[in-house]
Design a protein around this ligand. Structure first.
Ligand code: NAD
Length: 499
């Protein structure tokens, strides 16, 4: 069985800890690779190698660094099919979903081509007599990036791209579920001209992560994953004096007002709820129709649409709407939560608990499910299911629907479907959630805006990509300089003149 290895100083290197995790093909249930789990010693060695490479990269002018980004865009486009195939084979998502994953990552690399503009400092001429003052943004040094399984291309690229463009060295710890694409991306960066050692990939689990969190070399940590781990990483990284941004889980509500176009809303819910088998932090997992009549009509429209969804392996191409979930454990967890919904009194109106795909009986497939009459006390409402399960919570009024979304502990994304501008504007203004869609079910901001949730969906201050990423990956230094023209009689500097 092939050992995927780590990516150290520009090359794949086998792990030496003797510990491995299995990487599956979720469609067949077969193990396809061994992923090495780095020891603390291996991780420390990789961090030290990154530290050795960083000063020269940090001193490289921003335009040259941007050219690496430009070359990377070309290389990713060249290898798009190969990357998408590798991504689908390990993650399970369909090829169009895999290409979407790569494309949204690529867009942040395109954005990073503008790094010189983003890194320009500020200058005040004659802040006092003979005194100029300027601020510059300098790289942090070596940063750590700990990433989730669900977007194995997009998530690393959102962090590695801006971090490198700012002149940092990066130690990436991808998800142990699907590490192949991050490793391939690291290889492409070197082909694009990135000096070896500036981008290191360490595969592993808690041991590698804790080593990153405790390393005195690491200056900043970005994390994306589940909320309990996000909170843990944020606490430990900041307790160690590091800058940290940690993005967590989600439970995204979509409110459907009585005046909404219900066909449009139903189509949107099916795409946003079941695309990528619901394994998206921006998936809509709760539909909130306002009024009984809206709810009845919506459910009537949803049922045939959901029953029509085709579940299958990515190799079936465009005939498939959703693939398997990532592991057998994820499948068991999702099925357990569906059962809890039934036991706690929700009405399972599309029930695929017995779903089996002929010829793929060992794959981790879960059919699409729709619940009606879900209430906020149920586990399927409180927890992030991260699978192809849509819950419907009926609300009596707009205020009740708004309160429901606001009272949930997660605050990543939300949407409202309505034809009424006042309601839409009120919702966007009052809701305590980071990303809002108006007649848009998955409001993922483009690369030049920023992406981030509120409440327990995010720990830290600065968002992912957009201008925030350039702030996160740099430190500001402000210089005040005085030249002889500011020296007055007697050789004394005239500070008063600064007032
Ligand atoms: P996860 O929290 O299980 O794992 C994320 C990373 O943390 C992995 O690299 C993993 O190896 C590491 N990790 C896991 N347990 C750890 C521990 N005890 N100590 C140290 N490190 C540990 O998340 P996942 O299942 O890979 O990803 C799915 C989650 O990510 C969902 O909750 C989803 O909502 C969230 N997500 C959030 C965003 C966002 O921007 N808010 C984006 C994508 C995914």
């Amino acid at each position: 069985m092939e050992d995927l290895g780590h990516f150290i100083n520009g090359k794949r290197v086998s792990g030496t800890s003797g510990r491995f995790d299995d990487v599956y093909n979720p469609a067949t249930g077969e193990v396809q690779y061994k992923c090495p789990m780095a020891s603390a010693e291996e991780t420390t060695d990789i961090i030290e190698k990154a530290a050795a490479a960083q000063p020269a990269w940090g001193a490289t002018n921003p335009q040259k660094r941007a050219r690496v980004m430009m070359a990377m865009v070309g290389l990713m486009n060249r290898d798009m099919d190969k990357l998408a195939e590798a991504l689908s084979r390990e993650h399970g998502k369909t090829i169009p979903d895999a290409k979407g994953d790569l494309q949204r990552g690529l867009e942040v690399i395109e954005y990073c081509v503008g790094a010189p503009q983003m890194l320009k400092g500020e200058f005040t001429d004659s802040a006092g007599p003979g005194i100029d003052m300027y601020s510059m943004r300098q790289p942090l040094g070596v940063v750590g990036s700990i990433m989730p399984f669900n977007f194995p291309a997009m998530m690393p690229l959102w962090h590695v791209g801006p971090a490198l463009a700012c002149g940092n060295a990066v130690v990436l710890k991808p998800s142990e579920r699907d590490p192949s694409v991050p490793l391939m991306l690291a290889e492409l960066f070197v082909e694009a001209g990135l000096p070896e050692g500036v981008f290191q990939v360490v595969n592993g689990d808690k041991e590698a992560v804790d080593t990153i969190l405790d390393s005195e070399i690491i200056q900043g940590v970005s994390f994306v994953g589940s909320t309990p781990i996000a909170h843990y990483i944020y606490s430990r990284a900041t307790a160690n004096g590091k800058r940290a941004q940690c993005f967590g889980g989600a439970k995204n509500h979509m409110i459907i007002m009585p005046d909404a176009d219900l066909d449009q809303a139903a189509d949107a819910l099916v795409g946003a709820g079941f695309g990528a088998a619901g394994e998206r932090c921006m998936a809509i997992s709760v539909a909130v129709p306002v009024g009984e009549e809206t709810a009845d009509k919506l459910i009537e429209k949803l049922i045939p649409r959901i029953e029509k969804l085709k579940v299958g392996p990515y190799t079936a191409g465009n005939d498939v709407d959703l693939g398997p979930v990532v592991t057998a454990a994820a499948k068991d967890r999702i099925l357990g939560l569906i059962q809890s919904g039934v036991d706690q009194g929700a009405k399972l109106v599309v029930d695929n608990r017995d779903f089996k795909l002929q010829g793929y009986e060992d794959g981790f497939f879960v059919g699409a499910h729709l619940f009606d009459h879900v209430t906020p006390d149920m586990d399927i409402y409180k927890q992030e299911i991260f699978g192809p399960v849509l819950s419907t919570v009926r609300a009596d009024s707009y205020e009740d629907a708004l309160k429901l979304a606001m009272d949930h502990e997660y605050g990543n994304g939300t949407a409202i479907f309505t034809r009424d501008g006042d309601t839409a504007r009120d919702f966007a203004s009052r809701v305590n959630i980071g990303m809002v869609g108006i007649n848009v079910p998955i409001p993922v901001p483009l690369a030049y805006h920023t992406f981030g949730g509120w409440k327990k969906s995010m720990f830290g201050d600065l968002n992912q990509h957009g201008p925030d990423s350039f702030k996160f990956y740099t430190r500001t230094k402000t210089v005040t300089s005085r030249w002889p023209s500011g020296i007055k009689e007697g050789g004394e500097f005239n500070f008063k003149a600064m007032d």
